[in-house]
Design a binder for this molecule. Structure first.
Ligand code: 6PG
Length: 272
């Protein structure tokens, strides 16, 4: 039974546009620091609709941002729909259309999740090998990404970790090997296979950032952040970086009735 919620940084913005500006500024600072320290910045993008607003700001640049050396950015994904890369539902296609086609990123630094194999589980293993090869990690070690973006569904899912699925049950029951980084699962709710980062790699990141906007997320957000620890019901609760930052960029609609006290938001919050 989880005693304490992870310490997190709750950043509430007036609306999704201000959320995107602030998240883009944060991205640029993290990228500059990582590139200065080790020559590259490794980021995993999330899918869905909310990131589109962020990608648009990143693609155009903004006065709140530091310049981004896109040619030194390595891009991964934290989850993917198991469809072709030119499919309308592809997270890779969304990022390509909204961001990657508009900045001078090196195509060789873009690592989409593979969705060609008839067996998604094989693709999951392939992506694990790519992550370890690109980030220089040995077979049983967990790569440390600089930044992992996540969204949250109204049902409390994140990445493609959905409530009441066999995969999340296994994660919550701690039967997933610690070296496993990527999972695959047929998701009834969306009638498709998904590939997804597992908490093993997400929680190893230097920074994990949720992007959550909209009134429809408000009730779930309160339950995820301050409710009892029920990760099978709220898989977003599985996210608690071992040795990294956890930031929630939310708009006022999603923040709803969340306690806005900075003390409360930045402390280890006892779950009730
Ligand atoms: C996906 C996403 C998914 C998303 C949430 C929130 O592949 O759909 O990774 O986890 O982040 O469903 O999506 P919205 O930002 O569209 O609300």
């Amino acid at each position: 039974m989880k005693e304490l919620a992870p310490a997190f940084d709750l950043r509430i913005s007036q609306d999704v546009d201000q959320l995107a500006l602030r998240a883009a500024a944060d991205f640029s600072v993290r990228a500059a620091k990582a590139i200065q320290e080790k020559g590259f910045f490794a980021v995993a993008l999330s899918g869905g609709n909310t990131p589109k607003v962020l990608f648009d700001v990143l693609s155009k640049g903004h006065g709140m941002m530091q310049p981004v050396e896109w040619n030194k950015v390595k891009v991964f994904w934290s989850d993917e729909r198991y469809v072709a890369k030119d499919h309308k539902d592809s997270n890779y296609k969304m990022a390509l259309d909204c961001l990657l086609s508009k900045v001078n990123i090196l195509p060789t630094n873009v690592y989409p999740m593979p969705t060609e194999n008839s067996d998604p589980a094989i693709s999951a293993r392939q992506y694990e090998a790519t992550l370890r090869s690109v980030l220089g990690t040995s077979q049983n070690d967990v790569p440390r990404l600089d930044l992992v973006y996540l969204g949250m569904g109204t049902d409390g899912h994140t990445a493609s970790l959905f409530p009441y699925t066999e995969l999340v049950d296994k994660i919550a029951s701690e039967v997933i090997p610690t070296h496993q980084l990527v999972g695959s699962q047929y998701i009834e709710k969306v009638s498709m296979y998904r590939l997804t980062f597992l908490p093993n790699i997400i929680n190893a990141a230097a920074c994990v950032t949720f992007l959550v906007a909209g009134e429809e997320k408000a009730e779930t957000l309160v339950n995820v952040l301050h409710g009892a620890y029920h990760p099978k019901t709220y898989p977003s609760q599985l996210i608690h970086p071992d040795n990294g930052e956890l930031i929630w960029f939310v708009d006022e609609q999603a923040a709803g009735s969340l306690t806005k006290s900075p003390l409360h938001a930045n402390a280890c919050c006892p779950r009730n």
